[in-house]
Write a protein that binds this ligand. Structure first.
Ligand code: FEO
Ligand code: CA
Ligand code: CA
Ligand code: CA
Length: 571
């Protein structure tokens, strides 16, 4: 039987019990308050959320988007700016028509569309807690309709040209943005993930190309109906439009008139997040996961070196993309995706990145989610969230997915966190060593590999690690997006949660539990490290939550602020 690891003074809290309450639970001495909810006003002319109608396209355009995800805080000229993704919307919730979840009007579809994208908010704390600054000149909504620039090796290539944009350099909008990243030059990186689910064909018999099938694009969308109001989402009419999504997008949060830049050099896949590391030699290294069963982990290494005043467009547009091969020995190698190694031209590598990586024998992973680098040592962690259908390829053209190496379990309901150490502490090196920081599991139900690794016990068990972030002290924060049935294999796991892990001792403690049917995703800190901003996504996705407002209110995704009651540091 496993017992909780010995107490460690690196944790400033006692681990809490699992919970199935429709509420946020935090340790004794901490408190959690709501900062901003889906559809909360950002300007004084915004219309407050209407519980009965759940808003309109017009009200959504002037308010906070839905399903908060990756976020980062920026300090600019004395202002505290929060940039945050609004990944998607729960159609049954936004339209209030469970169980159908079907749009009834064009305004419904447009409201859904405008609930997606990115929100930039100014925050302030006058001593009574962190609040959104209504009418701040920095406040901005970026939506699937915002003009963006396509940059890097694929910009202007035939693969990116459409009827509306014969130049292949100007695309409209960003949607399904999952995790995030932050550059040392003060820009926000937003990562386009499940972009495919928004495309359809008026003729459902339309056959999409093999290249699009690898990304899950088909003639049927997931119910959003965007092609009904905007033809560019009809793949039979605009077969290249999906090639203009699936990128990391760089945004200047300090200039509300700036044009976001899609960075094709960082590859096209279902991007989770983008973890930026400045290597010892000054080159920019960006670690990225492709969140799909059987897809890969990637690394970008810039050609140029970062220093104050350099042209950062150059750093983000010119470099080499690599995919990871993890060997059973505990060693691994980064495989360069170049015209020489893949037989593809550079633009095609940037657009058909999955196919390029398949040619090199990169290792298929159990759904790579967030990647984060330890600020105290040269090691990098990636959450492999789960793989419930090993062997069943989610998309045409994918590779075999054997249970081996960092993906050791055949039916992986629980997930694991892999970490690697680049050879010689050089993030641009070819070789690395890897091991597993934790195999999640359930030691009260299983006694084999499904019990989890030694650092999992009945007091801290969880499933489906997703969000990962290190704090300034080098504690690894782990957020979950998994099964919340609290039953069977998941008995005792409770609702989705956030834990902290000690990378040195391996100890893991549960810090926070979310409300019903939510995932916890997105984490950053106030500049003074006295507040932790945490995202709560899709509460009540199956119809059983009234968080955060209680009673019979509409459940609303929200960002919460976690602080210590004594005002102490939390990061
Ligand atoms: Fe949007 Fe991979 O989670
Ligand atoms: Ca995620
Ligand atoms: Ca997830
Ligand atoms: Ca999610």
């Amino acid at each position: 039987p496993k017992t909780a690891a010995a107490a460690s003074n690196r944790f400033a809290f006692e681990g809490i019990a699992a919970s199935t309450a429709d509420d946020i639970v935090v340790p004794q001495g901490y408190k959690a308050e709501v900062l901003v909810r889906w559809a909360d006003p950002m300007w004084s002319d915004s219309v407050a959320f209407d519980q009965a109608s759940r808003g309109t396209a017009a009200s959504q355009a002037r308010s906070f988007g839905d399903n908060t995800d990756g976020m980062e805080v920026f300090m600019y000229d004395g202002h505290v700016l929060l940039a945050v993704n609004n990944e998607y919307t729960n159609r049954e919730i936004i339209w209030g028509n469970r169980p159908e979840g079907k749009a009834e009007t064009a305004d419904d579809i447009e409201k859904g569309m405008l609930a997606h994208g990115v929100t930039i908010l100014e925050l302030a704390n006058d001593g009574s807690g962190w609040k959104v600054v209504i009418d701040s000149p920095f406040n901005r909504r970026i939506t699937p309709q915002t003009e963006m620039q396509l940059t890097g090796p694929a910009a202007g290539h035939d693969l990116l040209k459409t009827t509306a944009d014969a130049t292949g350099t100007v695309s409209l909008g960003t949607w399904n943005n999952c995790g995030s990243g932050k550059t040392p030059w003060g820009t926000y990186l937003t990562c386009e993930e499940n972009f495919n689910g928004y495309f359809s064909a008026a003729d459902e018999a339309h056959e999409v190309s093999a290249e699009l099938k690898r990304y899950g694009v088909s003639s049927k969308d997931w119910g959003y109906g965007w092609a009904k109001v905007d033809e560019r989402f009809d793949v039979s009419k605009n077969p290249n439009e999906p090639n203009r999504a699936g990128y990391v997008v760089e945004i200047d949060p300090t200039d509300p008139n700036s044009t976001p830049k899609k960075r094709t050099a960082l590859g096209r896949f279902k991007h989770e997040n983008a973890e930026v590391v400045i290597n010892n030699d000054g080159r920019v290294v960006i670690y990225m996961g492709d969140d799909e069963r059987g897809e890969f982990i990637y690394r970008y290494v810039s050609n140029g070196v970062y220093a104050a005043g350099v042209d950062t467009d150059e750093l983000m547009n010119n470099g080499t993309l690599y995919a990871a091969r993890f060997d059973a020995s505990g060693k691994g190698e980064w495989l360069a995706l170049t015209p020489e190694t893949t037989g593809m031209d550079l633009a095609a590598i940037c657009v058909h990145t999955r196919q390029a990586a398949s040619k090199l024998g990169a290792t298929t992973m159990d759904r790579p989610e967030w990647v984060t680098a330890n600020p105290n040592s040269d090691e990098v962690y990636c959450a492999l969230t789960n793989n419930k259908n090993r062997g069943v390829k989610p998309n045409a053209g994918g590779d075999e997915t054997p249970a081996e190496g960092p993906n050791p379990r055949e039916k992986n309901n629980y997930g694991q966190i892999v970490r690697w150490r680049p050879e010689g502490g050089d993030h641009a090196a070819t070789a690395f060593d890897w091991d597993l920081f934790v195999l999640a599991g359930n030691p009260t139900v299983h006694s084999d590999a499904y019990a989890g690794s030694e650092n999992v016990n009945d007091g801290n068990m969880f499933n489906s690690p997703d969000g990962l972030a290190f704090d300034s002290n080098g504690l690894l924060w782990i957020q979950t997006d998994g099964e919340y049935s609290n039953d069977g294999d998941f008995a005792g796991h409770g609702n989705n949660q956030m834990l902290a892990g000690d990378p040195v001792t391996g100890e893991i403690r549960r810090f926070l539990v979310g409300p019903k049917e939510a995932e916890i995703t997105g984490l950053c800190w106030s500049p003074d490290l006295r507040a932790m901003f945490v995202g709560v996504q899709h509460p009540g996705e199956d119809g059983d939550s009234h968080w955060p407002d209680g009673g019979d209110s509409v459940p609303r995704s929200a960002i919460i602020v976690v602080t210590r009651e004594d005002g102490g540091l939390v990061g």
